[in-house]
Design a protein around this ligand. Sequence first.
Ligand SMILES: [Zn+2]
Length: 231
Amino acid sequence: MSELSISPYFPFRRINIVKQVVDETTSKAFINVVPDKRFHPVCHLCGHKVSAVHSWAQRSIRDLNLASTQIWLRCSYRKLFCSHCQHISIEELELFHPYLRVTRRLATYIHHLCKVMTVAEVARHLQLDWKTVKEIDKQYLEAQYGQPDYDGLRILAVDEISLRKGHKYLTIVLDYETGRVIHVGKDRKAKTLNRFFNQLSAKQKKSIEAVVMDMWDPYIKAVKKNCHRRP
Ligand SMILES: [Zn+2]
């Protein structure tokens, strides 16, 4: 990987990135993260601060792809003795739901995709087990999905989805920091993306610092036309 810092793409305040390994042959990246010691551990069940640590544990969590690279976070976390709710609980890192093996922003993205595609299509596109997708779609709290808010977007990702090989495409624009879907366009042409950018004010366009996407020419054209910072 290049010298570029990846940390802006992982704006999780309660963790620190300690190591990253990219496996070029499988297009997978493994990022080791640990709790940021500046924060007192918090019980995920009741939200109270806890000082008694029961043990340390580690798990691998899928995150949003970074263009075509699959991202895995190897997250170390603490199990706590919570005196408030009288449980041994997992600390709240604002990163993953304790029962789901994906980050919150990936869960948000999956949940939003399930509104425009079938569970099987979402599973195939993200290379996840369909049971996982189904579980996330079922469990995930129904988020407000009304008027999209385009203010303060910093990092966008463009995901190209082929619904049936060689036939139908969707162009999805998501807020990379949260996994929130902000635009669903049919097809994958420059004008598909231009239609999205046309809804943004000059100020909203200016706040966009980066766009994560595959090197698909029409997309690059649309991003260059609309975003004056480096794509
Ligand atoms: Zn508790």
